[in-house]
Design a protein. Structure first.
Length: 420
C-alpha cells in the first residue's frame, strides 16, 4: 500500500490574511489521532518563543512532521523531496531542511567541540559586490583556517573541487567537517588574490571565552588594569563563562573591561540575551518582530546584572554576526558601552531548530529582530561609535602586548580607545 505519493504537492503562502495549509496528496491517512499528536508536538516547538512562530513557519513544521510519519512505510527519498519542495516555496536561504548528518553538524556548533577547519560561513551580503558563493564570517583563533591566513570577508569559491556558487551553507559545513586528520581542499579569494589551500581537519575547541588582564601605562598614575574578554561564540556555556571571567578579573582589581566580539559569528539566541543581562542594569535588549511589527520584547530589570558600572569598550568587525549583533546593539543603544571597530555583518533574522522523527531537522526563520533603538540591521550591520584607530591584534596575548609596547601603533592610540 502506497502511503505517500512521490509526486506529493504542497502549498504555502506568506500571506497573513489567508495562509495556505500544507495538504499532501495522500491516499490513506492512518487516523486523526496521530495527526493531532503531531500538531501538538509542533505547537510545543513553537512555544520556544514567548509568542507563536509565524503561521507559514508553523505550517512548514507541521507539514514536515506529517510527511515523516506518513512516509515511514516508504523510503526516505520521496519524503525528503516533499519537505524540500515545501521549504523552497519560502525563498529564504536560512530556512533549510537538514538530513540527519547535516542536522547533527548544525547542533554540534552549539556544543563544545567539532572536527573541521574552524570556519564560520555565511552568504555574501553584497556590500563588497559579491552575490554568489560563500563568505567567511569568522575563522576560529588558532584553527587550521586561521593559521593558513583565512580572514573574515574572504570568499570560498570551491570546496574539494566543488564550486560554492549555488552551495548552501549547511552543505558547505558538512563538506568542511570530517574525520580528524583528513584533508579538505579550498579555493579562497581575498580581494583580487585567489589561493588554493589544503587544510587538515582537527578538533576545534569551542571554549567561548578567553580573558586576561592588560596593563595600560599612562592611563593613570600607576597605569590602568583592563579586563580583556574575548568571546568567540554563543554556545551553551557562553553566559556562564563570561560571568566567571568577570569574577576572576574583578578579583584582580581591573578598572574597566574590553569585550571583544570581533569574528564572533553568533550562535544561540538565548545566550546573547543572557550575556546582555550581565552588563545591563535595566533596559530593552532586543525587539522580536514579524511583518506586523514588534511581536515580543526581551528586556532586563537588573536582577541578573554582574557588571553595570565599570567602563566598557566593545570591539566589533565585519565578522561580528547574529547573536553578537544582538549583544552589541543592546550595549550600544542603552549607552552601556562604546562600540569601536567597523560595521558588523548584518544578520537580522532568527532561526529556530526543530528535530524530526528520523534525526533530520528543520532550521526555520521564525522572526527578525531590531535593536533597542528600533534599528533593523539585516544586510546593513551595526555602525560602531568610532572606528578602531589601528588593526589591534585579535588574540588576547597580542592585544595586551600591543597596549604595552611603546613602539606599536595601538599603544599610541590607547587613550582614544578608552576615552568615553
Amino acid at each position: 500500500m502506497e502511503v505517500l505519493r512521490t509526486s506529493a504537492a504542497f502549498a504555502v503562502s506568506n500571506s497573513r490574511r489567508n495562509p495556505a495549509v500544507f495538504v499532501p496528496e495522500i491516499e490513506f491517512v492512518p487516523g486523526l489521532r496521530k495527526f493531532a499528536i503531531l500538531l501538538q508536538k509542533a505547537l510545543q516547538c513553537a512555544e520556544r518563543f514567548n509568542n507563536p512562530v509565524p503561521v507559514f513557519s508553523l505550517h512548514l513544521i507541521v507539514g514536515a512532521m506529517l510527511v515523516m510519519t506518513l512516509g515511514a512505510a516508504v523510503t526516505r527519498t520521496p519524503s525528503y523531496a516533499a519537505i524540500r519542495k515545501m521549504v523552497s516555496t519560502l525563498d529564504d536561504p536560512f530556512t533549510r531542511f537538514l538530513e540527519p548528518k547535516k542536522f547533527k553538524s548544525l547542533r554540534s556548533g552549539t556544543r563544545n567541540t567539532l572536527t573541521g577547519v574552524g570556519l564560520s560561513i555565511g552568504y555574501p551580503s553584497g556590500k563588497d559586490g559579491s552575490t554568489s558563493g560563500l563568505v567567511v564570517v569568522s575563522a576560529a583563533p588558532g584553527g587550521p583556517a586561521n593559521r593558513a591566513g583565512v580572514l573574515s570577508g574572504d570568499l570560498i569559491l570551491a570546496i574539494d573541487d566543488t564550486s560554492t556558487e549555488s552551495m548552501g551553507i549547511y552543505d558547505a559545513a558538512e563538506r568542511l567537517q570530517g574525520p580528524e586528520g583528513s584533508t579538505v581542499e579550498l579555493v579562497v579569494r581575498h580581494g583580487s588574490e585567489t589561493r588554493h589551500l589544503s587544510l587538515i581537519r582537527e578538533k576545534v575547541s569551542l571554549n567561548p571565552v578567553k580573558s586576561r588582564i592588560c596593563r595600560t601605562p599612562g592611563l593613570g598614575v600607576d597605569g590602568s588594569l583592563i579586563g580583556y574578554i574575548k568571546l568567540t561564540s554563543f554556545n551553551q556555556n557562553a553566559s556562564g563563562a563570561v560571568r566567571e571571567a568577570i569574577a576572576t578579573l574583578r578579583g584582580n582589581n581591573v578598572n574597566a573591561f574590553i569585550l571583544d566580539l570581533r569574528d564572533n559569528s553568533g550562535g544561540l539566541f538565548p545566550e546573547g540575551v543572557e550575556i546582555a543581562k550581565i552588563w545591563l542594569d535595566k533596559g530593552v535588549i532586543v525587539y522580536i518582530c514579524d511583518s506586523r511589527g514588534v511581536r515580543d520584547i526581551y528586556d532586563t530589570d537588573g536582577s541578573n546584572v554582574v557588571a553595570a558600572s565599570e567602563p566598557l569598550v566593545v570591539l566589533v568587525n565585519k565578522g561580528t554576526a547574529s547573536a553578537s549583533e544582538i549583544l552589541a546593539g543592546a550595549l550600544k543603544d542603552n549607552k552601556r558601552a562604546v562600540l569601536v571597530g567597523e560595521p558588523t555583518y548584518g544578520k537580522g533574522k532568527i532561526q529556530s531548530v526543530f528535530e524530526l522523527s528520523d534525526g533530520s531537522g528543520l532550521a526555520v526563520t521564525v522572526a527578525r529582530y531590531e535593536t533597542p533603538a528600533h534599528t533593523d540591521i539585516d544586510k546593513v550591520g551595526i555602525i560602531p561609535d568610532r572606528p578602531l584607530p589601528v588593526p589591534f591584534p585579535k588574540d588576547d596575548e597580542g592585544f595586551c602586548s600591543c597596549l604595552q609596547d611603546p613602539a606599536s601603533a595601538c599603544y599610541l592610540n590607547r587613550v582614544e580607545l578608552f576615552s568615553r
